[in-house]
Write a protein that binds this ligand. Structure first.
Ligand SMILES: Cc1cc2nc3c(=O)[nH]c(=O)nc-3n(C[C@H](O)[C@H](O)[C@H](O)COP(=O)(O)OP(=O)(O)OC[C@H]3O[C@@H](n4cnc5c(N)ncnc54)[C@H](O)[C@@H]3O)c2cc1C
Length: 484
């Protein structure tokens, strides 16, 4: 029904301006102009040393690192909990270790430590992780996979943030930047408590979408080079029967054993053939095949991949995609019930609250990590962490099972003086991004940026004026591992 038909319909019903209404809405002209000019408004100001935008994979660690350096730190997160994509998207945390197995003579070593490892330790105490589970099969792909209980991750990280004295602004969306030339003076945050300004000396953008960088006027691109995805957790399944079913269809392709429901040496990751009928239907909904868990009777992260026609920055494109992916998730559970023994009474136990992206905005930084840097295992004179995982292994792997460095300059936003970024927003080359975007890399970047922003705030300096030797010392004190 269009507007004219609507009015006619209402008149026929005897409803309209002539009816005995106390308010005559026909006098409110909604047809005037395409823009509304907001009146200026005074906002209450909160003051901090460091503001971290986005409390996801990288942001949690950034806020913890900044607060532990003694900075008065605020974390602004639009959802009601911290964790971001690590709790919503993927299979398991990849990876705290180098990919050593394909290289005889190369030693297994844990290359990401510090706060990311502390989170795993805390999770282990409450039964919230498989631990660092070594692949027994499919080892040339990823040698260690660390699965988490997504709900306990949210709780444990929020507790850690509170213990560190971080001002946790959840259910709060960052909607603007207040600039003073090339410096950010503050950000605008909106919540049910109203619109507020958060002033600070240093800022870290961990929003995945690069919202703060974009509001601040940084250069960016939108590569749109990945499928989006939503993941569904399936309850009431029998993991051992599921494994046996795949085994009966042919060879198990990937398997890892770790802690499951408190017991060691249980299957926590498995991939194998699920039969032709299942596979044909699974392909139609973009369902991926690797499954992980940390609990009996539960398959986490059944992923339905979907390339959004349009862009992940468009609300309307994403609205259509959200509906499409919800249909696919329901279908995914149906397929498990129909085809997989042990899943006859499976149900949708959790879904990601919104579509997960693998990349939103790509923010231009002082340095862009190349694929050569990654596979050649290059280190830099301003390394802030080492990393050794590649999501495209064995096709692409770090040379000799080693590591490459993430340099500080790759996290400094070009043209903005007091803004760092961490997470999926860096690295333009898709192949290199297949390494830097992984969770454990994002977490390490979080510790680096949080530490650096706190030091900058303490010294009242911009991100480019911070002495590397001081940053390195603080990172080492925070437990960060360096190769040399
Ligand atoms: C489907 C999928 C599967 C994956 N599988 C794996 C895997 O198996 N292993 C692996 O290691 N990696 C995997 N990855 C990659 C990895 O999970 C992500 O790259 C990583 O978690 C991104 O971390 P981040 O900190 O950049 O973003 P996020 O963790 O998404 O954090 C961004 C946070 O910012 C918040 N936010 C956004 N905008 C605003 C705003 N304006 N105001 C306030 N808050 C805001 C969000 O709510 C969110 O909490 C996968 C990714 C996806 C999407």
């Amino acid at each position: 029904m269009n507007r004219r038909e609507f009015s006619k319909h209402m008149l026929m019903l005897g409803i309209g301006a002539q009816a005995s209404c106390t308010v005559d809405m026909s006098k409110v002209d909604i047809n005037l102009g395409n823009y509304y000019e907001e009146p200026a408004k005074k906002l209450p100001v909160r003051k901090f040393d460091v503001v971290v935008a986005g409390g996801g994979t990288a942001g949690v660690v950034a806020a913890l690192a900044a607060a532990r350096q003694g900075a008065k730190t605020a974390l602004i997160e639009v959802k009601g909990y911290p964790g971001g994509t690590v709790t919503e998207g993927g299979t398991a945390l990849h990876s705290f270790y180098n990919l050593w197995k394909a290289f005889p003579g190369v030693k297994k070593r844990q290359v990401v430590r510090g706060i990311p490892q502390e989170i795993i330790d805390r999770l282990m105490k409450v039964g919230g992780t498989s631990g660092h589970a070594e692949m027994s099969k499919g080892y040339d792909f990823d040698s260690i996979c660390t699965a988490i209980d997504t709900e306990l991750y949210k709780l444990v990280t929020m507790q850690m943030l509170a213990e560190a004295g971080v001002f946790i602004a959840v259910n709060t969306m960052l909607t603007g930047a207040i600039m003073d030339g090339a410096r950010i003076k503050g950000v605008i945050a909106e919540s049910r408590s109203g619109r507020e300004a958060f002033y600070a000396k240093s800022f870290v953008d961990c929003t995945a979408y690069g919202d703060l960088a974009a509001f601040a006027g940084a250069d960016y691109k939108v590569p749109n080079d990945y499928a989006c995805c939503n993941s569904v957790g399936i309850g009431n399944v029998d993991i051992d029967k599921y494994h046996d079913f795949m085994k009966s269809n042919g060879q198990i392709e990937q398997i890892a054993f770790g802690t499951r429901s408190g017991e060691p040496d249980k299957i926590v990751r498995v991939q194998g053939p699920r039969g032709q009928a299942f596979s044909a239907e699974a392909n139609k909904i973009g369902m991926s095949s690797v499954t992980t868990t940390v609990h009996d009777n539960y398959l986490m992260f059944i992923k339905c991949n979907f390339k959004v026609p349009g862009t992940v920055l468009s609300r309307d494109d994403m609205a259509k995609a959200e509906l499409e992916v919800r249909k696919r998730m329901a279908k995914a559970v149906e397929l498990f019930r129909k085809y997989v023994p042990g899943c006859e009474k499976a149900f949708m136990a959790r879904t990601s609250p919104t579509l997960c992206i693998r990349r939103g905005r790509l923010i231009t930084c002082d340095y862009d990590i190349t694929h050569e840097d990654v596979i050649e295992g290059r280190h830099f004179d301003d390394d802030v962490m080492a990393y050794g995982f590649h999501d495209s292994a064995p096709r692409f792997q770090v040379k000799n099972g080693g590591t490459y460095g993430i340099p500080y300059r790759a996290l400094r936003v070009a043209s903005i003086e007091n803004l760092l970024v961490a997470g999926m927003m860096i690295t333009s080359d898709h192949r290199a991004h297949m390494s830097t975007r992984n969770t454990v890399s994002c977490m390490g970047q979080g510790q680096a940026t949080g530490t650096a922003s706190a030091l900058c705030a303490a010294k009242n300096c911009g991100t480019r004026d911070l002495r590397y030797s001081e940053l390195r010392k603080a990172l080492v004190n925070g437990g960060v591992y360096f190769e040399s």
